[in-house]
Design a protein around this ligand. Structure first.
Ligand code: SF4
Length: 428
């Protein structure tokens, strides 16, 4: 079928999924409406040493004083959640703690303290994973991570290409230094080491991207996550680029206005990493051992902790207070610092989209969805007819062509959600 029609179908599906999130401010989020047995924690560290111009969700400026009060706030927030769930009859088992950013490595001396708080308020039987800024990963920091029980590290490299890193992302870093850091991280024996790489960047060619992927694969990293640039209108980079053209940044995100460069680069990622033995874990994440890793927002339930943290509990997408000050003020009043939330319409289409994010859907799960929605049965028929999905054993899998559409659809959904989060946080 003609590419334009396929693109139209994937755009409409992405719009339907993106529209399932709509934030409301101030009302009771109803987080404790049902008992929860298992959860992950998304502990957001709200500070950054510097602000990267491309970042859609940067942290506040770091100070020692803010750090101290943030840590105390975190303990109180854990207690409030623990008491809330206790009221429903149990405290859920924490299966994973994800320290996300901002820049979590700024708190490396306090990690032991934070995991101690988790164990104080929840039964904790799981892994600790952390996002890290490459330049922070000195021996002292890595040793502190090992000592405080961190099992998994995800390093935000973005690109090894020095020119692209400085010109397009406003960051400094040399290829040799970055690879030396990653080798050092591997030497510490963490159970899983992942890196983030970006594609579809200004000044980045497919050859540069493939070189990045080959460098990462050559180090033997367990996981490689790849993200297209999301040039959201409120980021510094979008403002700089628009000013260069004498225009104001347009709301929303440019979707493939680059003559197919993004799709071409995405397919190069799939093919290159397949060649190095990496398996597709999600549309944007590839792994040598997929079963050993779960991304920060992939658990069926994750509690967002810390300023501007987001969570997903009992079908509610929650967003915490916009600043550390608001966050602490709410906690000091004995209330959860949830600033806005969205009930997520968990329609069969949304559930199918979630499965396709992992590359395919199991036959029996699909049967259940089709029984709920006749419309969905028609959609699967069209996807099969157009060659976008095919059966492999008991799994209906996205084909390579569909993976590329899926990547663009995922970008559309992520961009729309981040924009809504930014709008509601600014509305405060
Ligand atoms: S990319 Fe990371 S370090 Fe840079 S501003 Fe965003 S959260 Fe901070």
């Amino acid at each position: 079928m003609e590419e334009r029609i396929l693109r139209w179908i994937s755009d409409r599906l992405a719009d339907r999924v993106a529209s399932s999130v709509n934030f409301t401010k101030g009302a009771d989020p109803g987080i404790f409406s049902r008992r929860v047995d298992r959860t992950a924690l998304n502990v957001r560290v709200p500070f950054c040493r510097a602000r990267c111009p491309f970042c859609a969700f940067p942290g506040e400026v770091y100070t020692e004083q803010y750090k101290r009060i943030y840590i105390h706030g975190l303990r109180d927030e854990l207690r409030l959640y623990s008491e809330g769930f206790e009221g429903k009859g149990n405290r859920p088992v924490v299966e994973r703690v994800y320290l996300s950013g901002g820049t979590p490595t700024l708190l490396y001396k306090e990690f032991g303290q934070v995991s101690g708080y988790v164990s104080e308020y929840f039964p904790f039987r799981g892994k600790i994973a952390i996002e890290a800024y490459p330049n922070d990963l000195k021996d002292e920091v890595l040793k502190a991570l090992v000592d405080s029980g961190v099992n998994q590290v995800s390093v935000g490299v973005q690109t090894f290409n020095e020119a692209v890193l400085s010109k397009s992302l406003g960051r400094k870093g040399r290829r040799e230094e970055l690879t030396a850091v990653l080798r050092r991280v591997m030497d510490y024996g963490f159970e899983y080491v992942n890196i983030d790489l970006m594609f579809s960047l200004p000044n980045q060619t497919k050859e540069m991207l493939v070189e990045d992927l080959e460098t990462a694969a050559g180090i033997g990293l367990h996981g490689i996550s790849t993200y297209p640039l999301m040039l959201l209108h409120y980021t510094a980079l979008a403002k700089i680029q628009s000013a260069g053209k004498g225009a104001k940044p347009r709301k929303g995100v440019a979707m493939e206005t680059d003559g197919g460069k993004e799709t071409e680069q995405y397919l190069a990622i799939v093919e290159t990493l397949e060649r190095y033995g990496y398996k597709l874990r999600t549309l944007w994440s590839f792994s040598l051992k997929p079963e050993a890793y779960e991304g920060p927002y992939e658990h069926e339930c994750f509690i967002g902790l810390g300023p501007r943290a987001w969570g997903f509990v009992n079908d509610r997408f929650t967003l915490n207070a916009p600043s550390t000050e608001d966050y602490l003020a709410t906690i000091n009043e004995g209330r959860l610092p949830v600033y806005a939330f969205s009930e997520v319409r968990n329609s069969p289409l949304v559930r199918l989209a979630r499965r396709f994010y992992y590359g395919g859907v199991n036959r029996s799960y699909l049967k259940g969805l089709e029984e709920e929605s006749f419309w969905l049965r028609g959609l699967i028929w069209v996807l099969r007819l157009t060659g976008l999905v095919k059966w492999e054993g008991e799994e209906l899998k996205l084909t390579k062509e569909a993976l590329a559409y899926g990547s663009i659809a995922t970008k559309k959904i992520a961009s729309a959600t981040l924009t809504k989060m930014d709008e509601i946080l600014r509305a405060g």
